[in-house]
Design a protein around this ligand. Structure first.
Ligand code: PEP
Length: 248
């Protein structure tokens, strides 16, 4: 039985005080939440937030990590640094990293392997561009991204992996995939996992939907058989829009 997993990706938003205020509200409101909840603030606020979520049911996530260990890599943040701050999860392969910062499948795979080897959990984002969907290639694009991101990941390590299906055309645009569109790709992704590993692995892996999920549409999306949660951007920045989704 898969649990429902709601993750908030704050991206490059908030300031220190508004971050602290939001986390205090989440901690006080989500104490009884039965679902798995994670927040991924910007790197610079992780330290302040770590002490607020420590010992609560809210997991601390980062939005990215370096593919290499500590060393001469100006501007990068290593998995050891993240762990030092209490980070438990890292989001990798987000479409903004792929298309704004040129992260290729190979680099994403290196980061996945590095994070898992260090004991961090990962959320691997996959998803097609609008042009790819329009020519009927959505499934194939997601399959390629999965095959590549999970290269060298063992079945044991897969229990530390969550997949987030995020159609690129739906991220931050207000356009949401229909529940049926989401279900179709989630079910296909599960088949790809079964092919790469086995049926048990495909039934156990959590697959989140991401792309303009909000208080109005989350129920219909989460009601789909293969949609196990959400990776939320805009709606994760306010307690009143994030808490209801966390509570499912
Ligand atoms: C995201 O950042 O992963 C995301 C899904 O953003 P939004 O919810 O704003 O579309």
């Amino acid at each position: 039985m898969r649990s429902t997993y709601i993750a908030g990706n704050w991206k490059m938003n908030m300031d220190k005080q508004s971050s602290i205020n939001l986390v205090k509200e989440l901690v006080s409101s989500l104490g009884d939440c039965k679902n798995k909840v994670m927040i991924a603030p910007p790197f610079v606020y992780l330290d302040a937030i770590s002490s607020l979520v420590k010992g609560t049911n809210i997991l601390l996530g980062a939005q990215n990590c370096a593919a290499t260990d500590n060393g001469a890599h100006t501007g990068e943040i290593s998995v050891n640094m993240l762990k030092d701050l209490g980070v438990q999860v890292v989001i990798l392969g987000h479409s903004e990293r792929r298309y704004e910062f040129g992260e290729c499948d190979e680099l994403i795979n290196m980061k996945v392997l590095r994070a898992l080897a260090s004991g961090l959990d990962v959320i691997i984002c996959i998803g097609e561009l609008l042009a790819q969907r329009e020519v009927g290639r959505a499934e194939k694009v997601c399959e390629r991204q999965l095959n590549s991101a999970l290269l060298g990941v063992s079945k044991e390590q897969l229990s530390h992996v969550t997949i987030a299906y995020e159609p690129v055309w739906a991220i931050g645009t207000g356009k949401t995939a229909t529940p049926n569109d989401a279900q179709q790709i989630h079910s296909y992704a599960r088949k790809v996992i079964a092919k790469m590993y086995d049926k048990e692995a495909s039934e156990n892996i959590i697959i989140q939907y991401g792309g303009s999920m909000n208080v109005k549409n989350y129920k219909d999306l989460l009601a789909q058989e293969d949609v196990d949660g959400g990776l939320i951007g805009g709606a994760a920045l306010k307690a009143e829009t994030f808490i209801p989704i966390c509570n499912g």
